[in-house]
Design a binder for this molecule. Structure first.
Ligand code: FES
Length: 132
């Protein structure tokens, strides 16, 4: 789960420690009926595991994208290395996370383009993040 913006293993946090804190679990990832891009991409890539693994990967991936909106494959694999699944490979999960990151960056770019004009340095920075 994400506790005060930090990814933590939910099984190691006692309820009294979480009292009054800001917590995000899988139930808080979607926006009402609208799935988060990570959830959409996990479905699209068939990157689905059991009811324990899938929420854990999605919440961990959200924490990654919150901290690093455009991670490399290596950064993604390293970040998710603590989510152990005994059942499957990780390639579909990694592809889903990278695809969601690209979509979210492109969405932000489109949103920025429709708002105030950006200077060339800002645009260059954004484009380099999207392309990496
Ligand atoms: S799918 Fe949950 S342990 Fe592998």
């Amino acid at each position: 789960m994400i506790l005060n913006g930090r990814l933590v293993p939910a099984c190691l946090v006692l309820a009294p420690e979480a009292d009054g804190q800001t917590i995000t679990t899988i139930e808080g990832i979607a926006d009402g009926e609208r799935l988060h891009p990570l959830q959409e991409k996990f479905l699209g890539h068939a990157a689905l595991q059991c009811g324990i693994c899938t929420p854990g990967f999605i919440v961990a991936a959200k924490a990654l994208l919150d901290a690093n909106p455009s991670p490399t494959e290596e950064e993604t694999r390293y970040w998710l290395a603590g989510n152990l699944c005994r059942c499957t490979g990780y390639d579909k999960i990694i592809r889903a996370v990278l695809d969601a990151a690209a979509e979210m960056c492109n969405s932000q770019l489109s949103s920025l383009n429709s708002q105030a004009p950006l200077n060339s340095q800002t645009l260059s920075t954004i484009h380099s993040r999207v392309e990496s």
